[in-house]
Design a protein around this ligand. Structure first.
Ligand code: FE
Length: 233
């Protein structure tokens, strides 16, 4: 009997010793939670302008809710179509596809133009063709090459971006950039963009104040946002 008690005591001591001396059970580390990156309207639009710098329409017309935020500040349904203007004598086909017209020797004030191609009810027009051409800062069009000429297509949100320079003013005209905009299988819009506070705007018979770019200085350049409102048929 005494022998059994001794064996029981030894066994219990062994079990207690194991439980006391055993290393603590490792607790699982807090898992690293990867939050989904929610693409915000701002990142979709990648607007170079803050909402505060965008023109605000105070009309009471309903705002389309199906479009990224930057355009909501400037497109209100129904929106008037962008007016067409004369093509002028210097358009030529076959420009390179590119979003930047800047080259190593390009001089002038840098201009970054962004915006959307939209329908009158503020719906984006993906894959719309935009063709830009303009005079350089010295008022010269390149009619033999493709300097300051280029075409591009809007992305799936209808967005475009153009890097260029502010053109010089040539005789008889004010500062302007020529552009053609066309939805896939849609009619072609030919128009021009103008610049604010240019004295020649007053004497230019083609000038249209609704096509003036709202410039904002950034660094040593200018940025502007402009939406083209086009018809699909
Ligand atoms: Fe021109």
């Amino acid at each position: 009997m005494k022998y059994r008690i001794i064996l029981l005591w030894i066994g219990m001591s062994f079990l207690i010793g194991c439980s006391v001396g055993a290393p603590p059970t490792p607790q699982p580390e807090n898992p690293i939670v990867s939050l989904p990156i929610v693409e915000s309207a701002a990142t979709q639009g990648t607007s170079l302008l803050t909402p505060e710098t965008l023109a605000t329409d105070t009309s009471t017309q309903p705002v389309s809710t199906s479009f990224p935020k930057p355009a909501l500040t400037t497109c209100r349904s129904p929106s008037p179509l962008t007016p067409s203007l004369t093509e002028g004598p210097y358009f030529k086909s076959g420009s390179p596809e590119r979003t930047s017209l800047l080259e190593a020797d390009t001089t002038g004030t840098r201009l970054t133009l962004t915006g959307y191609v939209l329908t009158a009810d503020c719906q984006p027009v993906p894959s719309a063709l935009l063709e830009f051409w303009q005079a350089d800062a010295n008022r010269v069009y390149d009619n033999s090459g493709n300097t300051l000429r280029g075409h591009q297509f809007t992305d799936k949100t209808g967005k475009y971006i153009l890097e260029t320079v502010i053109p010089g003013i040539y005789t008889g005209r004010t500062e302007h950039i020529h552009v053609k905009v066309q939805a896939p299988d849609g009619p072609e819009l030919t128009t021009q963009l103008f610049f604010p506070d240019v004295a020649e705007n007053q004497s230019d018979r083609i000038f249209d104040p609704s096509l003036v770019l709202p410039l904002t200085p950034v660094g040593d350049g200018q940025v502007a946002e402009f939406n083209f409102i086009i018809s699909l048929q």
